[in-house]
Ligand binder design. Sequence first.
Ligand SMILES: [Ca+2]
Ligand SMILES: [Ca+2]
Ligand SMILES: [Zn+2]
Ligand SMILES: [Zn+2]
Length: 373
Amino acid sequence: MKCFLLMIALYGAFSSALPLVQETDQVSEEDMEFAKKYMENYYPEVESTPVLRSKGTVTAEKIQEMQKFFGLKVTGKLDPNTLEAMKKPRCGVPDIGEYRTFPMSPKWGKKDLTYSIQNYTPDLAPADVDSAIERAWKMWSDVTPLTFTRVYDNSADIEISFASGYHGDYIPFDGQGGQLAHAYSPAYGGNAHFDEDELWTKSSTGTNLFIVAAHEFGHSLGLQHSNVLEALMFPTYQAGDPQKIRLHRDDIEGIQHLYGPPEEENEESEDPTLVNDPMLADSCDPHLAFDAVVSLRGETIFFKNRYEKAKNAMEKDYPRKIIADFYEVGPAVDAAFLHNGRIYLFRGSKQYEYDSRTKQFLGIKKSNSWLGC
Ligand SMILES: [Ca+2]
Ligand SMILES: [Ca+2]
Ligand SMILES: [Zn+2]
Ligand SMILES: [Zn+2]
């Protein structure tokens, strides 16, 4: 577990003269130093030989790369918006280009993973830490075939710990703010470290442990940063109601690219009782019962088992599998309704939200979230 020949850690090993940009743009020396450090940490040159690299280069090109990633106006200069984005608390893992997964897509070769909590933060009751960590894993197990089980000995696949400053790897923490946590890709063991100098909370004040842990565990499983602002895997911390945090389509696509959807949603595991699906056999059978029905834009969709059929549809290829239109909801729908331009499909304790026009997936919530739960 301690083979920390982590590429990103080595980039800062040797320093040399720095090609600075825009001396005339009234960037304070302090901000320039900060930007150098930021680029060194989060925008390392992946192609170059780590040991020979100069550190902290703030070239216009690097700034443009960062601005593109953050969806900022691409000026190549350390303008106020760029500095503001750089100063937001964030994850310590670099933002590497357009990759949604780490280069080479390392992933776990098994589905049942274990984790251990090595120590506790004094900021929270241990039970609150346990629960935040458990819920963070659940975000990912809900959308993959993966399972996460806590163990109390040294056998854990993924070790979780809190530490300040230097803590045994090449990436020291930086006091309160700035870097909040980092986690290693599966190729490096997947361990997750949380900066003890932050004030960890279970609410929307301070730094919410569950939100940061859910993000870090994405790295532990093989995801890189996303440049989609609403994605959980976006690099900066976005304070919010922890009850409302959900995975973005981008997060789900990323993790399912590595591990596939949950087994029950996997088409390979055909349920033999559904082979003679009534929707396929005879949708005019007087005994046919539907699971759910929803009307949208002059079209009415009937759901039965794993198929949907539409009345007044412009498209002719019905009945078709529900996953053809609503991949995330999986093989069956319990209930459905339309509200403010969105379709809500319920299955079990979850509801899946879609744009009614484009059928684009918007997110997952608890089924009972409508009841103020
Ligand atoms: Ca910090
Ligand atoms: Ca603390
Ligand atoms: Zn991250
Ligand atoms: Zn660390």
